[in-house]
Design a protein around this ligand. Sequence first.
Ligand SMILES: Cc1ncc(COP(=O)(O)O)c(C=O)c1O
Length: 381
Amino acid sequence: MKNRKLLMIPGPTPVLRSIQDEMGRETVAFGDSEFVADFQQLVNDLKELWSCDGMAFVVAASGTFAMEMALVNNLKRGDALLIVSNGFFGDRFIEIAKKKGYVYDVLSAPWGQVVSPEQIAKQLKNKKYDAVTVTHVDTSTGAVAPVHDIGQVMKDYPETIYIVDGVCSVAGEPVDMKKDHIDVLFSGSQKAFGVAPGLALLWAGKKSLERRDMLPEVIEYYADYKKWAPIMDDTKKYFATPAVNMTWAMKKSVDIIKEEGLENRYARHRKNAGAMRAALEAMGFTILADPSCRAVTLSNPLYPEGVEDLAFRTELEKQGVQVAGGLGEYAGKMFRIGHMGNVDEHELAATVCAMEKTLKKLVPGYEVGKGITAFLKYLCS
Ligand SMILES: Cc1ncc(COP(=O)(O)O)c(C=O)c1O
């Protein structure tokens, strides 16, 4: 019998059986009264959980679509955008901004570090921006931006829309639109929600909805708040066919989050991340992100001398665990491992053991046990 393949990449993350069951249900009409009620409940719960004073949107798409949706409903061609980038996904806003004709500036940090609230405050003092984007956790580096402290800066700029990319953070890292003064937050189903890929989630605060009202016609059709708002207000209505089974799966994920409680969920993520990092360091890896800004949703370990990327990931996969390769200039030097969503301690322990078996095969003289000991010590401390 072969080992089960554990999906430890930073999204999609493992999907619980109870969530999978929702995807496997017999599909019903999107006008079915039970589905309409479930969809409405989901939208309402999302709004409440992340303290949104406007509207939550659930749309069939991936996280990149949510990035676009966030920008096009808050900016028009020629508007000024400040992009705060801590890596690959922060830089993706640059590509979108170019295509949309925004006038943009970029504040960026070396990979593994984050732009500070002070740097942002200085930039905002010098120039007026219509919006600022911040990537909460950049999946390319495993660094977490201080979105709360940045929000304390943003609240002094009521004319500027504060947009947070929470694709790799929401439901794992603490974030709250009200406390953090965020106007637009977005995410995807496949990361810390532990649902399969396929849904974009976007929370638009009141200020962002008002900005949309002030914009001239938005040329994007599927991304326009105005097309989706009537549906999110009353899920009986139709604009474009909702992903019925994915919506159920998403609702199940949110039910699980409500049952666990957000604070408990954040604490679990912190603990699991600490244990995984202790194991990685004990096995000889170095974590890319600076200790002052390490995300709890994933880790990006650099290989020790003598461990080759492809050989490591290929052998690890034979041992039943999939991780992702490094991006950009870290391709070949680092791998990326997710520890978010509904991943439990059993899965993390099995992952550490598979890594130890892999290192035993690849590194002459490697003694197994260092990683799992550090993991257990952390969890039991
Ligand atoms: C922080 C961040 N933003 C945006 C995206 C893009 O999301 P998607 O791949 O679902 O389009 C990703 C994907 O990993 C991400 O990690």
